[in-house]
Design a binder for this molecule. Structure first.
Ligand SMILES: Nc1ncnc2c1ncn2[C@@H]1O[C@H](COP(=O)(O)OP(=O)(O)OP(=O)(O)O)[C@@H](O)[C@H]1O
Ligand SMILES: [Mg+2]
Length: 361
């Protein structure tokens, strides 16, 4: 298995830059996730690593070997696509064995590797079936099996679960993770699904318009976003983004004052306040403990989710979403006091969206 390094990798299609100066060091055995909206360059990055697309500039090495000029077949990586296209006329066994046959691997070795892969993928009893006799999830696992038996230096996966239904996707996600722990292959996994990224990645790279925004652990991405794009891309419901201003050591939000240590800022300025829905509190307990860190507003929407409620509260011209316990029994149009956990909020620059500084309680 192997480490993957990208240095100053760029890609232009004609005059359009779709990948700009990507620098990435994927550790041996790591499960790294590339996360970003459609068109941000995720597939292009994978294809450049695989050698299916040329770089405009930059260098890629796999396992300390510069592969920049190597043909795809010489890079020793296996790619799993969203459209995994199994051979319909071949059995599961032959589909998984296909790449080994083309490499003239001896029959005994083929049988050994295919059985081992089928075992770990829960496909052992389906080896004689054809793809049309399998469920979508089983077919997806056959595609994974094809990649695993090659024992490549690294796996590249491009939204491999996206055409499974929600339940199967959650299940296959867990299986993939378990498989990675077993097989241990260095993996770069592409998705636009933040839940997939957060649950699977040892580290997550958030991409936007061909530019890496942040490389961090899932926890780091969520709790310490470097800019508004990252903050808004992860988390459901989304982070609250509210215009605010600093004034004489307090944060002014919709004409109301929140006490906050703003000593890290020089002078008064307009800012953007970012606060996660779970850091907006409506319960008596929080309000009693933090009597000053409050805003006043009016409930506009209550959405019961079963285990919690999502409450939208109008504060002046802004709306804030709160995630509250089921026991909270406020109703629409009710005037409420919202406790803001100021130790966990983030302030962003009005013009650039870049994080200004952060408080730690
Ligand atoms: N062969 C090509 N010629 C011109 N532009 C291309 C080509 N391939 C991709 N692009 C453009 O490059 C950008 C990045 O595409 P890419 O497929 O890498 O995005 P992505 O992040 O994988 O998106 P998605 O989530 O939709 O799969 C897009 O704007 C796309 O239109
Ligand atoms: Mg893509």
């Amino acid at each position: 298995m192997a480490r993957i390094e990208m240095e100053h990798v760029t890609k232009q299609f004609g005059a359009t830059s779709v990948v700009r100066d990507v620098n990435l060091d994927v550790k041996d055995r790591e499960f790294l996730v590339l996360l970003g909206p459609s068109g941000c360059g995720k597939t292009t990055i994978l294809r450049m690593i695989a050698g299916l697309e040329t770089m405009s500039e930059g260098r890629i090495s796999i396992g300390d070997r510069d592969v920049s000029d190597l043909a795809p077949k010489d890079r020793d990586i296996a790619m799993v696509f969203q459209n995994y296209a199994l051979y319909p006329h071949m059995t599961v066994f032959e589909n998984i064995a296909f790449s080994l046959r083309t490499r003239k691997v001896p029959q005994a070795e083929i049988e050994r590797r295919v059985s081992a892969a089928a075992e770990s993928l829960g496909l052992a009893q389906y080896l004689q079936r054809r793809p049309r006799e399998l469920s979508g999830g089983q077919r997806q696992r056959v595609a994974l099996g094809r990649a695993i038996v090659r024992q490549p230096a690294a796996f590249l996966m491009d939204e491999p679960l996206s055409n499974l239904d929600a339940k199967l996707r959650a299940q296959t996600r867990i299986e993939l993770k378990r498989l990675h722990e077993q097989v241990g292959g260095t993996t770069i996994y592409v998705t636009h699904d933040q839940v997939e990224a957060m649950t699977m990645g040892s580290r997550v790279v958030v991409m936007h318009d061909g530019v890496m925004q942040q490389v961090d652990t899932p926890e780091g991405i969520y709790a310490r976003p470097v800019n508004l794009f990252v903050a808004g891309f992860v988390g459901t419901p989304a982070i609250n983004v509210v215009p605010a201003a600093t004034q004489a050591g307090t944060l002014v939000v919709e004409g109301q004052r929140l006490p906050m240590d703003l000593s890290f800022l020089s002078g008064d300025q307009r800012v953007v306040l970012g606060v996660r829905p779970e850091d907006v509190h409506l319960d008596r307990h929080f309000l009693a403990e933090h009597p000053d860190a409050v805003l006043r507003g009016q409930v506009r929407l209550v959405e019961p989710m079963g285990h919690e409620k999502i409450v939208t509260i109008e504060v002046g011209e802004s709306a804030l979403t709160a995630r509250v316990a089921n026991e909270w029994n406020g109703v629409r149009d009710e005037n409420v006091t919202l406790g803001i956990d100021v130790a966990r909020v983030t302030l962003f620059d009005v013009d650039t969206g870049v994080v200004l500084a952060r408080h730690s309680a």
